[in-house]
Design a protein around this ligand. Sequence first.
Ligand code: GLY
Length: 310
Amino acid sequence: MSAVLVVHGGAWAIPDELAPVSVQGVKAAARHGSSVLRSGGSLVDAVEAAVRALEDNTVFNAGHGATLKIDGEVQLDAIIVDGKTLAFGSVSCVKNIANPVSLARAVMEKTSHVMLTGRGADKFAESIGIAMVPTDKLVTECERKEWEKHKKYIAAVNEEFNTQWAHDTVGAVALDSAGNVACATSTGGTRHKMVGRVGDSPVIGCGAYADNISGAVSCTGHGESILKVTLARLILSHVEQGKSVEDASQLSLQHMGDRVQGAGGAIVVSPSGQWAATFTTKRMAWAAAEDDVLWFGIDPKEKLKEKLSL
Ligand code: GLY
């Protein structure tokens, strides 16, 4: 069986001027994650590397370039999951960490817990030598302007995810040739969110899930809606009942739209090598490295390909 690595750069109404850089960013992240896997790295190494590349790219709402919460600071969430053991680590409400996905991995590997939040997560990072960065270092000029521009719409943040200005999350899922799966998700969350608000991304079964029995999922979209329907687990439960990963994603996203009026997207890989990138928002940039092909797209039903050069 071929190894597969799929990434997304967030489901939302990506404006035309951001479309080329978004596609370029997901393609670069998929290439990077795939090269880690091909050079002998583990699945967890590969999804972490792909998500770090997206966190470091200011185009995306994660790490450097994340959206600002109501008080004008970043507040980041991330998770990483190993489908072989069901081990996972997650962090929420961190603000001085450039790569929250790596801190989530450290929670998974270096503590007896699975989730750390806020000051405790920052203190843990410091204790294991993860560099603390001044919050302002993670803020881009572009995001500062967007935050100012949309201040007057704060009350609508939760209800209006599908409007033109919503902005969301990055993630990766991967499969190795032995049928093991893993995933990771990282986000700055919703712009103008309340201090202390936690979205779906760091919550197991919601923003991400991986189990060698059924597959790996990374979700994106309106966090409160994803949490209500436990989207990642919902997708995998459809897979467990015999649906293809594409149908399972579409059914689950449709259910989220019908049941709680939420929009979003998901990338999924199954242990048998099926994969899908699906969304109910206007756009979602995604890329998938499989054999010597790099698949990618941003608009609904778009599936382009080029030779994978690592
Ligand atoms: N999907 C990311 C969030 O709502 O926080």
